[in-house]
Design a protein around this ligand. Sequence first.
Ligand code: CA
Length: 362
Amino acid sequence: MKRRDVLKKVGVGAVGLGAAGMALKPRKARAKKVYNWKMVTTWPPHFPVLGEAADKTAEWIKEMSDGRLNITVYGGGELVPPLQVFDAVSSGTVEMGHGAAYYWAGKHPATQFFAAVPFGLNAQGMNAWLMAGGGQELWDELYARFNLKAWPAGNTGVQMGGWFNKEIKTIDDLKGLKMRIPGLGGKVLKKAGGNAILVAGGEIFTNLDRGVIDATEWVGPYHDSKMGFYKAAKYYYSPGWHEPGTTLECMVNKKKYEALPKDLQAIIDTACAKSNMWSLCQFEAKNEKYLVELVEKHHVKLRTFPDPVLAQLKKYSKELLDELSAKDPFTKKVCDSYRAFQKTYEAWNAISEESYAKLKHL
Ligand code: CA
């Protein structure tokens, strides 16, 4: 006899049980615990793509959590200076941060591998290494030392090589050049005899315009147009050998993240993955339109670095990675993983993406 029939027979239904006070009490609506978090960023407030990605990530998290996780986003300097994002999240002053891992080279040199490596992986390769090639596990291991957890949350794609006031015909043209170029790329420029100068985003144009610096790199045509660099330099070089697929990061204070309910943790995870794709797509969709405008409307002279110049910069980049690996065992572990992955990735790319790219469009 089925259970329902038994209950019917003995005259005990849901109502009966309820009346006896034994079961099926009306469930009390679960109290909706609301978390109010702060996110600090390395970008100026609402900065195109990069700052927008932080804003959108917060919006998506709010939507997906039905208002249970509300994140207020602060641009660089609004709550903490741009380059204190790492410390602010690590210490728990704020719960979240948005930036790029190479800003934290002073905390640990291995952070740079999770943002950009000269002559390293492009956007697709970075995502493949991080998500399926062991990169994320290494990132987690490194950031756990600082009570942090981070995800890839944006990518610029291959950047441009920068704005110059003279043509770069040989490697000697880089000697003595004062260029705003951060991270490992800056260290490579130093090996070529140039001076890598760190200038905050908002001051680059003025410095270039006044000749305080001779050259600058930034991102790509869409962003560079907005920065107005074409008014201060006329040669625009490709490719961005120094930043072939810069990954942006969204980080959380690890203890606070682990104290969240599992569904909210999954929501942060998902919002970062969406942001990762959203940002790359903005650049990929807009760059060409702005490049055409730079060349046709603003008469920018588009150039490509000569092969021997790139070959020499690549040699310096390899030397630099060897030096970094020799100094620190964890950096070596990350570097070895990155290089082994790039080798396999490029071998497959040679017969997939590269041979397809030669076919061009329909
Ligand atoms: Ca850049």
